[in-house]
Write a protein that binds this ligand. Structure first.
Ligand code: NAD
Length: 315
């Protein structure tokens, strides 16, 4: 698994090991933490390779004999992607190409890929189904993930491989190291009476607990594999940024926080920030999977986890 030391990857590694798989985590630790996987040290079914996805030789060696490559590594920062177009193309598109080439060399036929709702851009249909068109990403990050999906599809059809792409809503939960709840935690820790909210605070989005995210992926992956297919993974509802901040502040015991939106009515948080996002879950639900968390309960659990992991906020 590439990116297995990161937030989502480490939860996926936990679940794969718990179901009895042998797991090779391949991560350059640019954002991931070995500590997330410390509990598996000494388990003969767990292996860690400290290397970069762009190093094809290391990659092909690490995946030799694997049944499935979980390609999770990426630069996931939507916010800065407009400032770092090259980084996103390298870390997402070229990195995916390297993974696919290494699979060809190593003779591995199946790839499961962590994609994103941002591939849809400002969709006119919300909740957005997987067959929504036209796909018009508005961030470099979204574009790089859509490009990666296209490469995977083409490799599957050209080289007799099989692929799954999972388009995630905002994933939250324990061990998160980025995202809005994480940002609010740090802002409020520095200044517990006032919270600056990027944009107008009315951005309405779906948040999905990482346990739901991992269980959905394993559910689809354990079924018969198509040539290539795409699944949305999100909660059934959405929450706006003000409500999200209220839920988190309540968990942290902060009352009367002044919430100050930085943007005018109708503005997003940054260039490339989609204002409304909700994913249709019907396709995966028809197969028998459903999320356990709502957006609000997922945020609550994340705020609780942040307080556990980094200490509560006190005034
Ligand atoms: N967190 C979300 O809300 C969300 C939403 C949609 C999609 N995704 C996707 O899910 C995946 C995991 O996201 P995350 O939130 O866990 O991010 P993360 O930053 O915690 O994890 C990414 C991991 O990949 C590793 N990595 C990055 N570049 C690498 C490289 N060149 N070589 C080897 N390892 C490398 C990092 O060290 C890190 O461990 C990403 O593909 C991301 O785009 C995340």
């Amino acid at each position: 698994m590439t990116g297995g030391a990161g937030f989502i990857g480490s939860h996926l590694a936990d679940a794969l090991l718990a179901r009895g798989d042998e797991v090779v985590v391949y991560d350059n630790l640019s954002a991931g933490k070995e500590a997330f996987l410390a509990r598996h040290k000494g388990d003969p079914r767990y292996h860690f390779v400290h290397a970069d996805v762009l190093d094809t030789a290391d990659l092909a060696l690490a995946m030799k004999g694997a049944d499935v490559v979980w390609h999770v590594a990426a630069d996931p920062d939507v916010r800065t992607s407009g400032l770092r177009a090259e980084v996103h193309v390298n870390q997402n598109v070229i990195a995916t190409l390297r993974v696919l080439e290494a699979m060809r060399v190593a003779g591995v036929r199946r790839i499961a890929f962590t994609s994103t709702s941002t591939v849809y851009g400002e969709a006119k249909t919300i909740p957005t189904p997987e067959d929504y068109a036209p796909m018009e990403p508005i961030s470099l990050y979204g574009a790089s993930k859509l490009g990666s999906e296209a490469l995977i599809s083409a490799y599957c059809h050209t080289f007799d491989m099989q692929g799954l792409a999972f388009r995630f809503a905002n994933i939250v939960g324990p061990r998160s190291t980025h995202g809005v709840t994480y940002d609010f935690y740090h802002k409020l820790k520095a200044s517990p009476k006032r919270l600056e909210i990027l944009g107008d605070g009315r951005q309405l989005k779906s948040y999905c607990h990482v346990d739901d995210c991992v269980s959905a992926m394993l559910f689809v992956e354990s079924r018969p594999w198509p040539r290539f297919d795409v699944y949305n993974i999100g909660s059934d509802d959405a929450i706006d940024v003000f409500d999200l901040a209220r839920v988190a502040a309540e968990v942290w015991g902060l009352k009367g926080v002044e919430m100050v939106a930085t943007g005018a009515k109708g503005s997003g948080g940054w260039k490339g920030d989609v204002r409304r996002m909700g994913l249709a879950n019907e396709k995966i639900k028809k197969l028998g999977w459903a999320p356990r968390y709502t957006s609000a309960s997922a945020i609550r659990a994340t705020a609780e986890a942040l307080a556990r992991e980094m200490g509560n906020i006190s005034r």
